[in-house]
Design a protein around this ligand. Structure first.
Ligand SMILES: *Cc1c(COP(=O)(O)O)cnc(C)c1O
Length: 427
């Protein structure tokens, strides 16, 4: 695609967009009377207009049926989570028994580490990327300490090479091989939240298995954003949240993946609760935990139906559109954002300032997100962009993270962003 930095060009792409009707299915925030340019779908996805009705349905059933809603409601709560198995398995590339929706992300990460990080006296190390999302860092640190180990020698972190911003997959693999049979587990953010880099999950998993370690990914920035084939890649476990790319509302429920070769293994250690118990015996209230033979066997509590209803509203849209169409538009849309940033950067040539895209430019290594370092600028640049109607994310000292979303962002959004950016830079 040869892009142009003009309104006419952006409007033409919008006209040809096969997903254009979906923008109107979302609430686009209007602040101070002005429709915003919303580029933070990687942080909190926008609300589908249908969400209210999905939640209202469950409130109505609760009003009408009380506890009987578990079995007599329109979508019986007893089995509510089961409605996600099919659509979610398509989003993450799994079989239906390998996924379940439950709890919140960091909770699930900890639960999965209980099963898949089982340190012994000789095999006790866990590998992650340096500067992982803080919640993941804290989870790993405490998992290691709970096992009586010292994080300083049990956690291996992989950094970008000197002077670089992103991590080479081959460096991860080299470190896995070097750790060899001391390595118990690999747990990496499959898509880095800061740079937007997508790791080669297939190759990393293969390398981990070769030395006898388990391998899992935090896909907070992956689910709904990139093509995933968790089953085929032979990944052992994964988890994600639903409120970023999956548009399911603040603090929304999380999903987990456990590979077929593990999820039927009832001997695999785990934390447990009654919702993981075989359905036939769950309500007998008897002694003895017999987990369901699927990822459902990792559930502990009964499902939070109201947030699950919000998730259902969003996932029904994903299911209608399908990942293939989303990914096709994503490339054009994020590619356009990349082009506009480069174009504005040209005007800075010869000055001591620049807009440096740190997200990899190769499509195997990126999704929607474009992270830009505003060299020579401070937070006033960001504040000015915000004043002009851009909602994006600023990380100190000078990184702007933006993720245009195929379901609800337009090419015009990106053109308008370019105009705002030029104006802010000229000031
Ligand atoms: C967003 C995000 C989280 C947030 O965790 P919650 O438990 O949902 O609050 C954790 N890890 C990563 C990698 C994230 O991107």
């Amino acid at each position: 695609m040869t892009y142009e930095n003009s309104l006419e060009f952006a409007l033409k792409l919008d006209e040809q967009d096969e997903l254009k009707k979906y923008r109107n299915k979302f609430h686009i925030p209007v602040i101070n009377g002005k429709e915003t340019i919303y580029f933070t779908g990687n942080s909190l996805g926008l609300q589908p207009k249908s969400t209210k009705d999905y939640i209202a349905q469950e409130l109505d059933d609760w009003a009408q049926w009380g506890v009987e809603g578990h079995f007599l409601g329109k979508n019986p709560w007893f089995a509510y989570h089961e409605m996600f198995a099919k659509p979610i398995s398509k989003i993450v590339g799994a079989t239906e028994q390998e996924v379940v929706v439950m709890n919140n992300l960091t909770v699930n990460l900890n639960l999965l580490l209980v099963s898949f990080y089982r340190p012994t006296a000789t095999r006790y190390k866990i590998l992650c990327e340096a500067k992982a999302f803080p919640s993941d860092q804290y989870a790993l640190e405490m998992q290691v300490r709970n096992a009586g180990l010292n994080p300083d020698n049990a956690i291996i972190e992989i950094s970008p090479r000197e002077g670089e911003r992103t991590i080479h997959n081959e460096d991860i693999i080299t470190v896995i091989e070097a750790a060899g049979d001391t390595l118990a587990c690999v747990m990496i953010g499959g898509v880095n939240y800061f740079t937007g880099q997508v790791f080669d999950m297939k190759a990393i998993t293969a390398a981990a298995h070769k030395v006898g370690a388990n391998c899992g990914f935090d896909l907070a920035h992956g689910a709904g954003n990139i093509e995933l084939k968790l089953h085929e890649w032979d990944v052992d476990f994964a988890c994600w949240c639903s409120y970023k790319y999956l548009n399911s509302g603040p603090g929304g429920v999380s999903g987990i993946f456990i590979h077929e070769k593990h999820c039927n293994n009832t001997d695999l250690p785990r934390f447990a609760g009654w919702w993981g118990q075989e359905k036939e015996t769950r309500f007998l209230m008897e002694k003895g935990f017999n987990p369901i033979k699927s990822a459902e066997g990792w559930q502990m509590s009964n499902a939070p139906i109201l947030t699950m209803a919000a998730h259902k509203a969003a996932i029904d849209i994903f299911d209608e559109v399908g990942m293939e169409k989303l990914l096709k538009k994503q490339r054009l849309l994020s590619g356009y954002l990349e082009f506009i940033v480069d174009d504005v950067n040209e005007s800075l040539n010869g000055s001591d300032k620049s807009l440096e895209i740190i997200t990899p430019r190769n499509w195997d290594e990126r999704g929607s997100q474009v992270s830009v370092i505003a060299n020579g600028y401070g937070k006033d640049l960001f504040d000015q962009l915000t004043k002009e109607g851009l909602i994006s994310d600023w990380r100190e000292p000078n990184v702007i993270r933006m993720a245009p979303i195929p379901l609800y962002n337009s090419y015009e959004d990106i053109y308008r962003f370019g105009e705002i950016l030029k104006k802010a830079i000229d000031n």
